[in-house]
Design a protein around this ligand. Structure first.
Ligand SMILES: *[C@@H]1O[C@H](CO)[C@@H](O)[C@H](O)[C@H]1NC(C)=O
Ligand SMILES: *[C@@H]1O[C@H](CO)[C@@H](O)[C@H](O)[C@H]1NC(C)=O
Length: 345
Protein backbone atom coordinates (compact mmCIF):
# COMPACT_ATOMS: atom_id res chain seq x y z
CA UNK A 1 0.00 0.00 0.00
CA UNK A 2 2.69 2.47 0.95
CA UNK A 3 4.52 1.49 -2.21
CA UNK A 4 1.49 2.39 -4.29
CA UNK A 5 1.07 5.77 -2.59
CA UNK A 6 4.72 6.44 -3.13
CA UNK A 7 4.40 5.60 -6.77
CA UNK A 8 1.53 7.96 -7.34
CA UNK A 9 3.45 10.71 -5.63
CA UNK A 10 6.50 10.18 -7.77
CA UNK A 11 4.70 9.77 -11.05
CA UNK A 12 2.69 12.92 -10.61
CA UNK A 13 5.47 15.08 -9.23
CA UNK A 14 8.07 14.33 -11.87
CA UNK A 15 7.87 15.26 -15.49
CA UNK A 16 8.32 13.02 -18.44
CA UNK A 17 11.91 12.01 -19.10
CA UNK A 18 12.94 13.66 -22.33
CA UNK A 19 13.06 11.34 -25.28
CA UNK A 20 14.13 13.09 -28.42
CA UNK A 21 16.18 11.81 -31.30
CA UNK A 22 19.17 14.02 -30.63
CA UNK A 23 19.47 12.99 -27.02
CA UNK A 24 18.59 9.36 -27.46
CA UNK A 25 20.94 7.10 -25.64
CA UNK A 26 19.99 3.53 -25.14
CA UNK A 27 20.96 1.89 -21.91
CA UNK A 28 21.62 -1.83 -21.91
CA UNK A 29 20.49 -4.35 -19.32
CA UNK A 30 22.48 -7.30 -17.96
CA UNK A 31 20.94 -10.74 -17.97
CA UNK A 32 22.41 -12.39 -14.88
CA UNK A 33 20.62 -15.70 -15.25
CA UNK A 34 20.94 -16.82 -11.61
CA UNK A 35 17.35 -17.82 -11.06
CA UNK A 36 15.83 -21.30 -10.92
CA UNK A 37 12.68 -20.46 -12.84
CA UNK A 38 13.62 -17.73 -15.24
CA UNK A 39 11.48 -17.33 -18.34
CA UNK A 40 12.54 -19.21 -21.47
CA UNK A 41 15.26 -17.37 -23.34
CA UNK A 42 12.99 -16.47 -26.26
CA UNK A 43 10.56 -14.86 -23.80
CA UNK A 44 13.46 -12.98 -22.23
CA UNK A 45 14.52 -11.63 -25.61
CA UNK A 46 10.91 -10.69 -26.37
CA UNK A 47 10.76 -8.81 -23.08
CA UNK A 48 13.89 -6.88 -24.06
CA UNK A 49 12.33 -6.05 -27.40
CA UNK A 50 8.93 -5.02 -26.09
CA UNK A 51 10.64 -2.66 -23.67
CA UNK A 52 12.94 -1.36 -26.39
CA UNK A 53 16.05 -2.46 -24.58
CA UNK A 54 18.55 -2.93 -27.37
CA UNK A 55 21.67 -4.00 -25.52
CA UNK A 56 22.22 -7.09 -23.36
CA UNK A 57 25.11 -8.38 -21.30
CA UNK A 58 25.39 -12.15 -21.09
CA UNK A 59 27.80 -13.70 -18.58
CA UNK A 60 28.07 -17.11 -20.24
CA UNK A 61 28.14 -18.30 -23.83
CA UNK A 62 24.68 -19.79 -23.47
CA UNK A 63 23.74 -21.18 -26.87
CA UNK A 64 20.01 -21.01 -26.09
CA UNK A 65 20.44 -17.30 -25.45
CA UNK A 66 22.52 -16.80 -28.59
CA UNK A 67 19.97 -18.72 -30.63
CA UNK A 68 17.15 -16.56 -29.26
CA UNK A 69 19.10 -13.40 -30.05
CA UNK A 70 19.45 -14.27 -33.73
CA UNK A 71 17.91 -11.56 -35.85
CA UNK A 72 16.91 -9.50 -32.82
CA UNK A 73 19.16 -6.52 -33.53
CA UNK A 74 20.05 -6.47 -29.82
CA UNK A 75 23.71 -5.65 -29.22
CA UNK A 76 25.52 -8.18 -27.06
CA UNK A 77 28.32 -8.18 -24.52
CA UNK A 78 29.29 -11.83 -24.36
CA UNK A 79 31.16 -12.95 -21.25
CA UNK A 80 33.96 -15.45 -20.93
CA UNK A 81 33.13 -16.76 -17.44
CA UNK A 82 36.00 -16.78 -14.98
CA UNK A 83 36.04 -20.56 -14.83
CA UNK A 84 36.83 -20.71 -18.56
CA UNK A 85 39.70 -18.21 -18.46
CA UNK A 86 42.42 -20.68 -17.81
CA UNK A 87 41.53 -22.97 -20.68
CA UNK A 88 41.64 -19.97 -23.04
CA UNK A 89 45.31 -19.34 -22.46
CA UNK A 90 45.59 -22.18 -24.93
CA UNK A 91 45.45 -20.83 -28.48
CA UNK A 92 43.42 -23.69 -29.93
CA UNK A 93 40.89 -23.47 -27.10
CA UNK A 94 40.45 -19.74 -27.62
CA UNK A 95 39.99 -20.22 -31.35
CA UNK A 96 37.42 -22.92 -30.73
CA UNK A 97 35.61 -20.70 -28.24
CA UNK A 98 35.35 -17.84 -30.72
CA UNK A 99 34.37 -20.09 -33.59
CA UNK A 100 31.72 -21.90 -31.57
CA UNK A 101 30.11 -18.97 -29.73
CA UNK A 102 30.86 -15.89 -31.79
CA UNK A 103 31.64 -16.72 -35.41
CA UNK A 104 28.84 -19.27 -35.67
CA UNK A 105 26.29 -16.63 -34.69
CA UNK A 106 27.87 -13.51 -36.09
CA UNK A 107 25.75 -13.40 -39.25
CA UNK A 108 22.69 -12.35 -37.27
CA UNK A 109 23.75 -11.72 -33.68
CA UNK A 110 25.21 -8.27 -33.06
CA UNK A 111 28.21 -8.93 -30.83
CA UNK A 112 29.71 -5.71 -29.54
CA UNK A 113 32.15 -6.73 -26.82
CA UNK A 114 33.63 -9.92 -25.44
CA UNK A 115 34.12 -9.53 -21.68
CA UNK A 116 37.04 -11.83 -20.89
CA UNK A 117 36.61 -12.40 -17.16
CA UNK A 118 34.55 -10.46 -14.65
CA UNK A 119 35.90 -8.69 -11.56
CA UNK A 120 39.22 -10.51 -11.45
CA UNK A 121 41.50 -9.08 -8.75
CA UNK A 122 45.29 -8.88 -8.86
CA UNK A 123 45.72 -11.47 -6.10
CA UNK A 124 43.39 -14.04 -7.70
CA UNK A 125 44.91 -17.24 -9.02
CA UNK A 126 43.31 -16.43 -12.38
CA UNK A 127 44.83 -12.94 -12.63
CA UNK A 128 47.71 -14.17 -14.76
CA UNK A 129 45.32 -15.76 -17.25
CA UNK A 130 43.44 -12.59 -18.18
CA UNK A 131 45.95 -10.99 -20.55
CA UNK A 132 46.88 -14.19 -22.42
CA UNK A 133 43.17 -15.04 -22.76
CA UNK A 134 42.47 -11.51 -24.03
CA UNK A 135 45.24 -11.83 -26.59
CA UNK A 136 44.11 -15.24 -27.77
CA UNK A 137 40.48 -14.20 -28.05
CA UNK A 138 41.53 -11.04 -29.90
CA UNK A 139 43.60 -13.05 -32.36
CA UNK A 140 40.73 -15.45 -32.94
CA UNK A 141 38.31 -12.54 -33.47
CA UNK A 142 40.73 -11.04 -35.99
CA UNK A 143 41.15 -14.38 -37.72
CA UNK A 144 37.36 -14.49 -38.07
CA UNK A 145 37.56 -10.96 -39.51
CA UNK A 146 35.29 -9.60 -36.79
CA UNK A 147 37.80 -7.20 -35.24
CA UNK A 148 36.05 -4.05 -36.45
CA UNK A 149 32.69 -5.06 -35.03
CA UNK A 150 33.69 -6.89 -31.85
CA UNK A 151 35.99 -5.38 -29.22
CA UNK A 152 37.67 -7.63 -26.68
CA UNK A 153 37.97 -6.43 -23.08
CA UNK A 154 37.61 -7.45 -19.44
CA UNK A 155 35.29 -6.17 -16.71
CA UNK A 156 36.78 -4.75 -13.52
CA UNK A 157 35.24 -3.54 -10.31
CA UNK A 158 36.20 -0.34 -8.53
CA UNK A 159 37.99 -2.10 -5.66
CA UNK A 160 41.05 -2.03 -7.93
CA UNK A 161 41.38 1.65 -7.10
CA UNK A 162 43.69 2.55 -4.23
CA UNK A 163 42.30 6.09 -4.02
CA UNK A 164 39.13 7.38 -5.60
CA UNK A 165 38.52 10.75 -4.02
CA UNK A 166 38.76 13.46 -5.05
CA UNK A 167 38.15 11.88 -8.46
CA UNK A 168 41.23 13.51 -10.01
CA UNK A 169 43.35 11.63 -7.47
CA UNK A 170 41.89 8.32 -8.62
CA UNK A 171 44.64 5.73 -8.94
CA UNK A 172 44.87 1.96 -9.13
CA UNK A 173 46.39 0.40 -6.02
CA UNK A 174 50.00 -0.65 -6.53
CA UNK A 175 49.15 -4.34 -6.89
CA UNK A 176 46.29 -3.49 -9.27
CA UNK A 177 48.53 -1.18 -11.30
CA UNK A 178 50.94 -3.93 -12.26
CA UNK A 179 47.98 -6.18 -13.08
CA UNK A 180 46.00 -3.67 -15.11
CA UNK A 181 48.73 -1.72 -16.90
CA UNK A 182 49.50 -4.33 -19.59
CA UNK A 183 45.80 -5.03 -19.94
CA UNK A 184 44.85 -1.41 -20.62
CA UNK A 185 47.82 -1.06 -22.96
CA UNK A 186 46.35 -4.00 -24.85
CA UNK A 187 42.95 -2.27 -24.91
CA UNK A 188 44.47 0.98 -26.15
CA UNK A 189 46.29 -0.82 -28.97
CA UNK A 190 43.07 -2.45 -30.10
CA UNK A 191 40.78 0.55 -29.66
CA UNK A 192 38.75 -1.35 -27.07
CA UNK A 193 37.11 0.13 -23.99
CA UNK A 194 37.66 -0.99 -20.41
CA UNK A 195 34.50 -2.44 -18.88
CA UNK A 196 33.85 -1.33 -15.30
CA UNK A 197 31.12 -2.32 -12.86
CA UNK A 198 30.24 0.88 -11.00
CA UNK A 199 27.96 0.76 -7.97
CA UNK A 200 27.31 3.98 -6.09
CA UNK A 201 25.00 1.86 -3.91
CA UNK A 202 27.89 -0.11 -2.41
CA UNK A 203 30.09 2.97 -2.07
CA UNK A 204 27.26 4.64 -0.17
CA UNK A 205 26.41 1.74 2.14
CA UNK A 206 30.07 1.19 2.97
CA UNK A 207 30.57 4.81 3.93
CA UNK A 208 27.26 6.42 4.92
CA UNK A 209 29.01 8.79 7.37
CA UNK A 210 30.72 10.58 4.51
CA UNK A 211 28.41 9.99 1.56
CA UNK A 212 24.91 11.44 1.44
CA UNK A 213 22.07 9.39 -0.02
CA UNK A 214 20.99 12.21 -2.34
CA UNK A 215 24.53 12.36 -3.74
CA UNK A 216 24.30 8.64 -4.55
CA UNK A 217 20.81 9.00 -6.07
CA UNK A 218 21.58 11.99 -8.33
CA UNK A 219 19.13 14.13 -6.36
CA UNK A 220 21.63 16.44 -4.64
CA UNK A 221 21.24 20.08 -5.54
CA UNK A 222 24.42 21.79 -6.68
CA UNK A 223 27.98 20.49 -6.69
CA UNK A 224 30.13 19.36 -3.79
CA UNK A 225 33.46 20.99 -2.95
CA UNK A 226 35.34 19.20 -5.70
CA UNK A 227 32.75 19.99 -8.34
CA UNK A 228 30.67 16.81 -8.42
CA UNK A 229 26.88 16.66 -8.29
CA UNK A 230 26.66 12.87 -8.02
CA UNK A 231 28.63 9.85 -6.86
CA UNK A 232 28.33 7.99 -10.15
CA UNK A 233 30.31 10.67 -12.02
CA UNK A 234 32.84 10.84 -9.21
CA UNK A 235 33.38 7.07 -9.34
CA UNK A 236 33.59 6.97 -13.13
CA UNK A 237 36.02 9.89 -13.24
CA UNK A 238 38.21 8.27 -10.61
CA UNK A 239 38.56 5.32 -13.00
CA UNK A 240 39.47 7.74 -15.80
CA UNK A 241 42.05 9.41 -13.57
CA UNK A 242 43.50 5.99 -12.71
CA UNK A 243 43.67 5.08 -16.41
CA UNK A 244 45.59 8.28 -17.12
CA UNK A 245 48.11 7.33 -14.44
CA UNK A 246 48.81 3.96 -16.07
CA UNK A 247 49.35 5.59 -19.43
CA UNK A 248 45.96 4.91 -20.99
CA UNK A 249 44.22 8.31 -21.18
CA UNK A 250 42.43 7.39 -24.38
CA UNK A 251 40.76 4.20 -23.21
CA UNK A 252 37.01 4.72 -22.84
CA UNK A 253 35.16 3.21 -19.89
CA UNK A 254 31.93 1.34 -20.58
CA UNK A 255 29.87 0.89 -17.42
CA UNK A 256 29.21 -2.82 -17.72
CA UNK A 257 27.04 -2.99 -14.57
CA UNK A 258 25.30 -0.49 -12.34
CA UNK A 259 22.27 -0.98 -10.16
CA UNK A 260 20.47 -0.49 -6.90
CA UNK A 261 18.56 -3.13 -4.90
CA UNK A 262 14.84 -2.59 -4.35
CA UNK A 263 14.61 -4.72 -1.20
CA UNK A 264 16.56 -7.19 0.89
CA UNK A 265 16.51 -5.74 4.36
CA UNK A 266 19.61 -3.58 4.03
CA UNK A 267 20.05 0.15 4.36
CA UNK A 268 18.64 2.19 1.46
CA UNK A 269 17.47 -0.94 -0.39
CA UNK A 270 13.98 0.31 -1.20
CA UNK A 271 11.76 0.40 -4.25
CA UNK A 272 11.72 4.16 -4.14
CA UNK A 273 15.52 4.49 -4.02
CA UNK A 274 16.05 1.87 -6.72
CA UNK A 275 13.51 3.54 -8.98
CA UNK A 276 15.05 6.96 -8.38
CA UNK A 277 18.54 5.64 -9.04
CA UNK A 278 17.64 3.84 -12.27
CA UNK A 279 15.54 6.68 -13.62
CA UNK A 280 18.22 9.27 -12.95
CA UNK A 281 21.00 7.03 -14.23
CA UNK A 282 19.18 6.44 -17.53
CA UNK A 283 18.64 10.13 -17.96
CA UNK A 284 22.23 10.86 -16.94
CA UNK A 285 23.63 8.47 -19.57
CA UNK A 286 22.93 11.05 -22.26
CA UNK A 287 25.56 13.39 -20.87
CA UNK A 288 29.17 13.00 -19.82
CA UNK A 289 31.17 13.39 -16.62
CA UNK A 290 33.22 16.43 -15.58
CA UNK A 291 36.41 14.73 -16.85
CA UNK A 292 34.83 13.32 -20.02
CA UNK A 293 32.09 15.84 -20.79
CA UNK A 294 31.33 14.53 -24.26
CA UNK A 295 28.75 11.84 -23.59
CA UNK A 296 26.84 9.70 -23.96
CA UNK A 297 28.03 7.19 -21.38
CA UNK A 298 27.45 3.56 -22.33
CA UNK A 299 25.79 1.89 -19.35
CA UNK A 300 24.34 -1.55 -18.62
CA UNK A 301 21.87 -1.79 -15.78
CA UNK A 302 22.20 -4.72 -13.42
CA UNK A 303 19.89 -6.54 -13.92
CA UNK A 304 16.88 -7.61 -15.96
CA UNK A 305 15.49 -10.00 -13.33
CA UNK A 306 15.51 -10.46 -9.62
CA UNK A 307 17.65 -13.56 -9.21
CA UNK A 308 16.63 -15.98 -6.49
CA UNK A 309 19.82 -18.03 -6.70
CA UNK A 310 22.30 -15.19 -6.48
CA UNK A 311 24.76 -15.82 -3.64
CA UNK A 312 25.62 -13.40 -0.88
CA UNK A 313 23.51 -10.92 1.02
CA UNK A 314 19.73 -10.92 0.53
CA UNK A 315 19.92 -7.66 -1.46
CA UNK A 316 21.90 -9.47 -4.18
CA UNK A 317 18.66 -11.16 -5.24
CA UNK A 318 16.80 -7.86 -5.68
CA UNK A 319 18.55 -5.80 -8.32
CA UNK A 320 16.04 -6.70 -11.02
CA UNK A 321 13.72 -4.60 -13.13
CA UNK A 322 11.48 -7.66 -13.47
CA UNK A 323 10.50 -10.53 -11.27
CA UNK A 324 10.98 -14.08 -12.42
CA UNK A 325 7.36 -14.21 -13.62
CA UNK A 326 8.17 -11.28 -15.97
CA UNK A 327 6.05 -8.84 -13.96
CA UNK A 328 7.87 -5.55 -13.45
CA UNK A 329 9.25 -4.80 -10.02
CA UNK A 330 7.59 -1.58 -8.75
CA UNK A 331 11.01 0.00 -9.28
CA UNK A 332 10.26 -0.18 -12.93
CA UNK A 333 7.08 1.87 -12.56
CA UNK A 334 9.07 4.62 -10.89
CA UNK A 335 11.62 4.57 -13.68
CA UNK A 336 9.03 4.65 -16.34
CA UNK A 337 8.84 8.18 -17.64
CA UNK A 338 5.16 8.09 -18.39
CA UNK A 339 2.71 5.29 -17.72
CA UNK A 340 1.39 5.54 -21.26
CA UNK A 341 4.77 4.76 -22.78
CA UNK A 342 6.93 1.72 -22.83
CA UNK A 343 10.25 2.14 -21.10
CA UNK A 344 12.12 4.60 -23.22
CA UNK A 345 15.75 3.85 -22.72
C1 LIG B 1 41.39 -26.74 -23.49
O1 LIG B 1 40.10 -26.76 -22.95
C2 LIG B 1 39.73 -28.00 -22.39
C3 LIG B 1 38.26 -27.91 -22.01
O2 LIG B 1 38.03 -26.82 -21.17
C4 LIG B 1 40.60 -28.27 -21.19
O3 LIG B 1 40.27 -29.51 -20.62
C5 LIG B 1 42.04 -28.29 -21.65
O4 LIG B 1 42.88 -28.42 -20.55
C6 LIG B 1 42.37 -27.02 -22.38
N1 LIG B 1 43.71 -27.10 -22.91
C7 LIG B 1 44.69 -26.35 -22.45
C8 LIG B 1 46.03 -26.63 -23.04
O5 LIG B 1 44.53 -25.45 -21.63
C1 LIG C 1 45.48 10.06 -27.01
O1 LIG C 1 44.79 10.63 -28.13
C2 LIG C 1 45.33 11.86 -28.56
C3 LIG C 1 44.42 12.41 -29.62
O2 LIG C 1 44.15 11.44 -30.61
C4 LIG C 1 46.76 11.64 -29.06
O3 LIG C 1 47.32 12.85 -29.47
C5 LIG C 1 47.57 11.04 -27.92
O4 LIG C 1 48.86 10.72 -28.38
C6 LIG C 1 46.94 9.80 -27.35
N1 LIG C 1 47.66 9.38 -26.16
C7 LIG C 1 48.12 8.16 -26.00
C8 LIG C 1 48.89 7.90 -24.74
O5 LIG C 1 47.97 7.28 -26.83
Amino acid sequence: MSVILLLLGILSSTGVVEFTGAQFQSVGVCYGGKGNNLPKMQAVVDLYKSNRIDKIRLYHPDEGALQALRGSNIEVILGVPNDQLQSLINVANATNWVNKYVKAYSQNVKFKYIAVGNEIHPGDSLAGSVLPALENIQNAISAANLQCQVKVSTAIDTTLLGYSYPPNDGVFSSSASSYIRPIVNFLARNGAPLLANVYPYFAYVNNPQNIALDYALFTKQGNNVVGYQNLFDAMLDSVYAALEKVGAPNVTVVVSESGWPSEGGAVAATVQNAGTYYRNLISHAKGGTPKRPNGPIEIYLYAMFDENQKQGQEIQQHFGLFRLDKSPVPTFEIMRPNPKFKLNF
